[in-house]
Design a protein around this ligand. Structure first.
Ligand SMILES: NC(=O)C1=CN([C@@H]2O[C@H](COP(=O)(O)OP(=O)(O)OC[C@H]3O[C@@H](n4cnc5c(N)ncnc54)[C@H](OP(=O)(O)O)[C@@H]3O)[C@@H](O)[C@H]2O)C=CC1
Ligand SMILES: Nc1nc(=O)c2c([nH]1)NC[C@@H]1CN(c3ccc(C(=O)N[C@@H](CCC(=O)O)C(=O)O)cc3)C=[N+]21
Length: 303
C-alpha cells in the first residue's frame, strides 16, 4: 500500500458520522412529534459579535431546524449586563418549549462565566457545563455530557469497539474538552493520563498512547514521531492560520500528514470533531427533552 492509500484509510470521517447522528436524531424527533405532539426546542444565546462564534451559531440554528427541532436564537450586544443575561436565562429556564440552553463561550470580560453557567437549569444544560452535570459525570452518574468530548467518545467507540484497558492520553485540561474527555475515557475503563502546559516530556507521554486526544489550540504541535504506530488520534484543535494568497485555513493541533502515516486512525480538521460537536448538541437536546417528559431516550446517543 502506498502512502496516499495509508493516509486515506486512516481518516475518520467526522462529517459523515455527524450526518448519521443527525439522521438518527431527526427520526426520533419525528416520532416524538407524531406520537406525543412534542417538538424539542434549543435556545442559543450569543453575547457580542465575534465573527467565528456567529458562524457556529448560524450552523447550529440551521441544523436544529433540519432535524425538526425548534431553534430560539438570542443575539445580545457586547454591552449586555450580567443582570440582563441572567434574566433571559430565567425566562428560558421557565419556558416549557425550551428543552436545551446553550450560552456561547467565551463571554465578554465584564460577565462572570461561572455565575452564568450556574444559572442554567441543569436539566436544560445541553453543554454539560453546570457544576451539577460536571459532578454527576465525575462520579459516574447519569448527566448531560459536554458535546465535544461526547462526539470524540462516539467516534472512538465506533472505531475501536471496547476501549477497555487501553492507554489514553488527553492533552489539555480545560473544563469544556480535556477534563470531561478524561472522565469519559476513565468511565470506559481506559488508563487515562491528562497532560497540560507543565507536563514534562510530552512527546514520550504521547508515544505511550493507544488513544491520543489533543485539545490545546496550537497548530501542528503534535508531531508524527510522537504517535504510537496504530494509535487512534482525535484532533480537537481548531486553529485559523495564514495560507497562500493572503487567505486563511483551519488546521488542528496535530501535524496531520505526518501523523496519518503512523496512526491507525485520525480525525482531520476541518471535518472531524467539529461537525460531531454540533450533532451531539442536537442529540443532547433530544435527550433533555425525553427526560423532561419522562419518555425513553434514544439508543446510542448518550455516553
Ligand atoms: N472541535 C470542536 O468542537 C471544539 C474545538 N475546540 C478547540 O480545541 C482547542 C482547545 O480548546 P479549549 O480546551 O477550549 O482550550 P483552553 O485554552 O481552555 O485549554 C487549552 C489546554 O491546553 C493546554 N496547553 C497549552 N499549551 C500547552 C502545551 N504547550 N503543552 C501542553 N498543553 C498545553 C493548557 O494547559 P494549562 O491548563 O496548563 O494552561 C490547557 O489545559 C482550541 O483549538 C479550540 O478552538 C474547542 C471546543 C470545541
Ligand atoms: N457554550 C459553548 N459550547 C461549545 O460547544 C462551544 C462554545 N461555547 N464556544 C466555541 C467552541 C468551539 N466549538 C465548535 C463547534 C463546531 C465547530 C465546527 O463545526 N467546525 C467545522 C469547521 C467550521 C468552519 O469552517 O469554520 C469543522 O471542524 O469541520 C468548531 C468549533 C464549539 N464551542
Amino acid at each position: 500500500m502506498n502512502i496516499r492509500e495509508t493516509t486515506l484509510s486512516a481518516r475518520i470521517d467526522g462529517k459523515a458520522f455527524a450526518a448519521d447522528v443527525r439522521t438518527h436524531v431527526a427520526d426520533h424527533v419525528a416520532e416524538l412529534n407524531s406520537e406525543h405532539g412534542i417538538t424539542p426546542g434549543l435556545a442559543v444565546v450569543l453575547v457580542g459579535e465575534d465573527p467565528a462564534s456567529e458562524v457556529y451559531v448560524r450552523n447550529k440554528a440551521r441544523q436544529t431546524r433540519e432535524t425538526g427541532m425548534t431553534g430560539f436564537e438570542h443575539k445580545l450586544s457586547a454591552e449586555t449586563s450580567q443582570a440582563d443575561l441572567l434574566a433571559l436565562l430565567a425566562r428560558l429556564n421557565a419556558d416549557p418549549a425550551v428543552h436545551g440552553i446553550l450560552v456561547q463561550l467565551p463571554l465578554p470580560r465584564h460577565i462572570d462565566t461561572e455565575a452564568v453557567l450556574a444559572a442554567i437549569d441543569p436539566a436544560k444544560d445541553v453543554d454539560g457545563f453546570h457544576i451539577s452535570n460536571v459532578g454527576l459525570l465525575g462520579t459516574g452518574q447519569k448527566a448531560l455530557v459536554p458535546c465535544t468530548p461526547l462526539g470524540c467518545l462516539m467516534m472512538l467507540r465506533d472505531r475501536l469497539g471496547s476501549l477497555k484497558g487501553l492507554n489514553a492520553v488527553v492533552v489539555g485540561r480545560s473544563n469544556i474538552v480535556g477534563r470531561p474527555m478524561a472522565q469519559l475515557l476513565l468511565r470506559d475503563d481506559c488508563t487515562v493520563t491528562v497532560a497540560h502546559r507543565h507536563s514534562r516530556d510530552l512527546a514520550e507521554i504521547c508515544r505511550g498512547a493507544d488513544i491520543l486526544v489533543v485539545a490545546v489550540g496550537r497548530p501542528g504541535m503534535i508531531k508524527g514521531d510522537w504517535i504510537k504506530p496504530g494509535a487512534t488520534v482525535i484532533d480537537v484543535g481548531i486553529n485559523r492560520i495564514e495560507a497562500e494568497g493572503g487567505k486563511t485555513r483551519l488546521v488542528g493541533d496535530v501535524d496531520f500528514d505526518a501523523a496519518a502515516r503512523v496512526a491507525g486512525a485520525i480525525t482531520p480538521v476541518p471535518g472531524g470533531v467539529g461537525p460531531m460537536t454540533i450533532a451531539c448538541l442536537l442529540s443532547n437536546t433530544l435527550t433533555a427533552c425525553c427526560r423532561a417528559h419522562g419518555l425513553p431516550e434514544p439508543d446510542g446517543l448518550t455516553a
